[in-house]
Ligand binder design. Structure first.
Ligand code: G3H
Length: 488
């Protein structure tokens, strides 16, 4: 969808189902579930011209349209999107293997996010349209859009996390190009017509492709904002493709290696059940997942027993089966990568301490708990983004604190303790390394109105309902000495 037209594109990407690749009977049998256009640099140039035109448009089109009118367009689109809920949910399930219920939750959470963002915008608009008078100057501070925006979400939350930037960007008046993730793109096909019908030409451009498409879009220099959720490496490469990287506003949600620290006083049942859910939900493919567990050495054996018991609450299977939590993973190299991490840890003295942990077939991986893990192992440092759970025994709190300080990431952490004084004394050293400390609970993004960001290589900008509106706009000023008079 470029400049309000559905392009007739000759290249096509075949999309195969991640679940069937596993082969239900152990037979490799990828099944085609659909196709998308495969667009190249020429399409990228058309998208750039379109978004630039929408930005440069005269009075009242999108960047200069009233907030109330912009909201009306977004509401109409949301209504059309809800009509296609079941189709979108099914495509998500098939393409990225997200269990049916979790796919429904992602859809509904996205709709709620849109509604909450609209409400927040009404409040922001009221607050920022006040006049101030100082030193004889009458001024109105107004929020204005930033310019053409490129929105790219990740495969693990293809709908929710694309919309987490798309919606605030649009509501603040920025025209956008959306490039869906490598996996999880098919669900954007049913949204193409609602986008075309509900927004003025060129305001929403939806393109499908890979580096050949994205590079020229950034190289054009026309993009003012890069809104990307994915890996730090990809974000850096894109930023450097822009002719003036320093002028490109980047709003980024990147990697994380969130730790849980289980202190000697912790409620072990609570810690184990939160750690199971925190590290294994959606097969560990969440940026907020717990990716390393520091357990006080006196509790390690009992913690592992309870954790392994808890894994039974995470049944493995196909995403359409009722109650299944661990499902096939869409990234082709993932099983090999996770297996390498296990082999490396084993070579350095750790063991898989739960029954059946490891690869099942081409895309299904049974959760694997590794113990005892230490800093010589890759899994101590690398973001596994899968169901591998490294457990590090510690005696001195300096060990997890040092880990937080040395980590390249700084998103969140969890601490489990029943000693309020102990928690209070650790908050400051922890919150100076990460942006959210969870006490006696797992790490997570929600509620979506809470600030969601990170230090170091984990994020740039803050995504929450309210903060995101600020990220996608700039405070401008209309200042006057005296008010203009009508000429008669
Ligand atoms: O992958 C990163 C997501 O923002 C995580 O969201 O904590 O709700 O799963 P979540």
């Amino acid at each position: 969808l470029v400049d309000g037209r559905l392009l007739d594109w000759k290249g096509e990407m075949q999309i195969v189902d991640s679940a069937i690749e596993t082969g239900v009977d152990g037979v490799y049998a990828p099944k085609r579930i659909g196709s998308c256009p495969l667009m190249d640099g020429a399409a990228g140039a058309e998208a750039v011209a379109s978004v630039q035109k929408a930005w440069d448009h005269g009075m009242g089109v999108w960047p200069t349209m009233s907030v109330a009118d912009r909201i009306a367009h977004v509401e109409e689109f949301t209504h059309r999107m809800i009509e296609r809920r079941e189709e979108i949910v099914r495509l998500m399930l098939w393409e990225i293997g997200k269990p049916y219920k979790e796919s429904c939750v992602e859809f509904d959470r996205t709709v709620e996010y849109i509604r909450d963002t609209i409400d927040a915008l009404k409040g922001l608009d009221r607050a920022s349209s006040r006049f101030v008078i100082q030193s004889g100057i009458y001024a109105q501070i107004r929020r204005a859009p930033l310019g053409p925006t490129l929105c790219m979400g990740p495969y693990n939350y293809p709908l929710n996390e694309t919309f987490a930037t798309l919606i605030p960007a649009l509501l603040m008046g920025n025209p956008v190009i959306i490039k869906p993730p490598r996996h999880g793109k098919l669900l954007f096909v049913p949204l193409m017509e609602p986008f075309r019908d509900c927004f003025p030409e060129g305001v929403v451009n939806l393109v499908f492709g890979n580096r050949q498409l994205i590079k020229p879009i950034l190289e054009s220099g026309a993009i003012s904002v890069l809104a990307f959720i994915g890996s730090s490496e990809a974000a850096n490469a894109m930023r450097l493709s822009h002719p003036s990287p320093n002028r490109l506003r980047c709003i980024l949600g990147l990697g994380a290696k969130n730790a849980a620290v289980i202190m000697e006083s912790a409620d072990l049942d609570l810690a184990a059940s939160e750690a199971v859910s925190g590290s294994l939900s959606f097969s560990g493919q969440r940026c907020t997942a717990l990716k390393i567990l520091f357990v006080h050495e006196s509790l390690a054996e009992e913690f592992i027993r309870r954790f392994n018991e808890g894994i039974k609450s995470m049944p493995i299977g196909m995403p359409w089966d009722e109650g299944v939590r661990i499902t096939p993973m869409p990234e082709p190299g993932k099983i090999r990568y996770l297996t390498e991490l296990l082999e490396d840890a084993e070579a350095h003295g750790a063991k898989v301490v739960n029954p059946g942990g490891g690869a099942v077939d081409r895309s299904l991986f049974h959760p694997a708990v590794l113990y005892p893990v230490n800093g010589a192992m890759r899994v101590y440092h690398e973001e596994q983004f899968g169901p591998v759970v490294p457990i590090v025994p510690f005696r001195d709190i300096e060990t997890p604190i040092r880990y937080l300080i040395e980590s390249r990431y700084g998103q969140q952490m969890s601490i489990f303790s029943d000693d309020a004084g102990e928690v209070a004394s650790l908050i400051d050293p922890m919150v100076n390394q990460v942006c959210r400390v969870n006490v006696n609970c797992l790490c997570q993004r929600g509620p979506d109105s809470f600030p969601f960001t990170g230090r170091k290589d984990s994020a740039e900008g803050t995504l929450s309902v309210d903060d995101a509106l600020r990220c996608f706009s700039i405070r401008t000023l209309v200042a006057a000495k005296g008010t203009p008079r009508n000429k008669t």
